[in-house]
Write a protein that binds this ligand. Structure first.
Ligand code: C2O
Ligand code: CU
Ligand code: CU
Length: 458
């Protein structure tokens, strides 16, 4: 399934058509022994007329001609090389959410790189150290760019097969469109001051309530990715299926039953193993009581599947809690009537430790909110002083969730933690990746109205 979406041949043809690499320049990919020896993609971002509402076209923006964008795949420990070509009318970048990589590949404008202008290209090239489900998106004008569809899955396969014979990627996204398919505002100040501006049309892999055929009686690895700007999905299954969580946000956990509702905040992912029922039966994938899509069991020859062993851990450094320094991060709401934006500037509504990020100020990253010493362990004490939840995300490093005032925590590694209303949580990490890393809420409206900071590791 994944193979059909790979861009090997399409990539080379695409380059030739654009005249890039003609005359022997930049043909590094020709040195590859065979396609299986590595992964190379050419990814074009361009406008795309999409039929989100039946019979109507919406002016979306897409990576690789589809929303969600091309599913990029690499094997753990390998290089991922993506030539990104910008055919949008606006400057942009690509950020590789959850991947531990060097700063210059992180896609943050004016920190990692300059924005890629219309007509330009940028070569992203990095190793993928951790297996799991990741994703990519711009880090420029995020509410509009992600809102119009610039989101895509990035799957890093385990070095050795993990024991799943079947898998499916389900990317969740809502759209800010009206009944005619016309785009509505991606961010409304009064919503940005609350939960964020919700889209009206829910989709899975770009389709409203799709039916996905999966092999009857088999265990399927279902990668659920929340690529939405603002929505937190309360994931549950209905129907004769059993679901177990195998990994959260790219990192393995001790497999456990999916249970009632798993809260998947913006930017978060869950790797679910689903035991499909007998042929002809259906399983509803739901958000609370709302059906997002249907998993339909179709004929499959062969013995019933067994539950695979837990996934192997990723090589993330274990923080030393005894010597760790504790840093406090307080998330506050500062919205007021006087805080409305001016001159095309979004309003300032949120702060971390009394500082609001200004997306129109290119120098914000020069004033990091914390300076960490490379190699040292830290505990971040996250305190949500607001009545809204915030999926708190860190670039460049993976952290371990160790405690929460609201849930009992079995410690696990992640890149995004959904901090509940008035919750306090502790996450720990080894500051092992030098650079200036964004630390922000992944409700895109919150991030663009102040809830972002830079953390320096030197
Ligand atoms: Cu999905 Cu700044 O990240
Ligand atoms: Cu990120
Ligand atoms: Cu938030």
């Amino acid at each position: 399934m994944a193979l059909t979406r790979r861009q090997w041949l399409g990539g080379v043809a695409g380059l030739a058509a654009l005249g890039v690499g003609a005359g022997g320049a930049a043909r590094y990919w020709l040195g590859r022994a065979r396609p299986g020896a590595g992964h190379d993609y050419v990814l074009v971002a361009a406008p795309l007329a999409m039929e989100l509402v039946s019979g109507r076209l919406s002016e979306a923006w897409a990576f690789g001609g589809s929303v969600p964008g091309t599913e990029l795949r690499a094997r753990q420990g390998d290089w991922l090389r993506v030539r990104f070509i910008n055919h949008l009318p606006v400057p942009t970048t690509i950020h590789w959410h959850g991947i531990r990589l060097p700063l210059e590949m992180d896609g943050v404008p004016y920190v990692s790189q300059l924005p890629v202008l219309p007509g330009e290209y940028f070569d992203y090239r990095f190793k993928v150290p951790d297996a799991g489900s990741y994703w990519y998106h711009p880090h420029v004008a995020s509410s509009e760019q992600l809102g119009r569809g610039l989101v895509g899955p990035l799957i890093v396969e385990e070095r050795e097969p993990a024991g799943f014979a079947h898998e499916a990627t389900l990317s969740l996204k809502t759209w800010h469109v009206d009944e005619q398919g016309a785009f509505l505002p991606f961010m409304v100040a009064r919503e940005a001051a609350r939960n964020g501006t919700l889209g009206r049309l829910a989709t899975v892999n770009g389709i409203t309530r799709p039916t996905v055929d999966l092999p009857a009686g088999q265990i399927v690895r279902v990668r659920l990715l929340n690529l939405d700007n603002t929505a937190t999905y309360r994931i549950n299954l209905r129907g004769a299926a059993e679901g177990r969580l195998y990994a959260l946000d790219g990192n393995p956990i001790r497999p456990r039953a999916l249970g009632q509702d798993y809260w998947l905040g913006p930017g978060m992912r869950a790797c679910l193993a689903v035991k499909m029922p007998p042929e002809g039966q259906e399983v509803a994938l739901r958000d609370g009581s709302m059906r997002l899509g249907t998993l339909r069991a179709v004929a499959h020859a062969g013995p019933a599947g067994e539950w695979p062993a837990p996934l192997p851990p990723n090589p993330v450094a274990e923080p030393d809690l005894a010597s760790a320094e504790v840093l406090n991060f307080n998330v506050e709401w500062v919205g007021s009537v006087s805080a409305t934006g001016d001159n095309g500037r979004p309003p300032s509504l949120w702060q971390i430790n009394g500082q609001a990020w200004d997306v129109t100020d290119k120098t914000c990253a020069d004033r990091p909110i914390a300076r960490l010493v490379r190699g040292k362990s830290y505990i971040f004490e996250l305190k949500n002083m607001t009545q809204y939840q915030h999926p708190i995300h860190l670039h460049g490093m993976t952290f371990k969730v160790i405690a929460s005032s609201r849930h009992s925590i079995e410690p696990y590694f992640t890149d995004t933690y959904l901090l509940g209303k008035h919750e306090r949580a502790q996450v720990a990490l080894v500051a092992d990746n030098p650079g200036t890393w964004m630390f922000h809420c992944h409700v895109v409206d919150h991030m663009e109205t102040g809830l972002m900071a830079a953390i320096e590791v030197a």
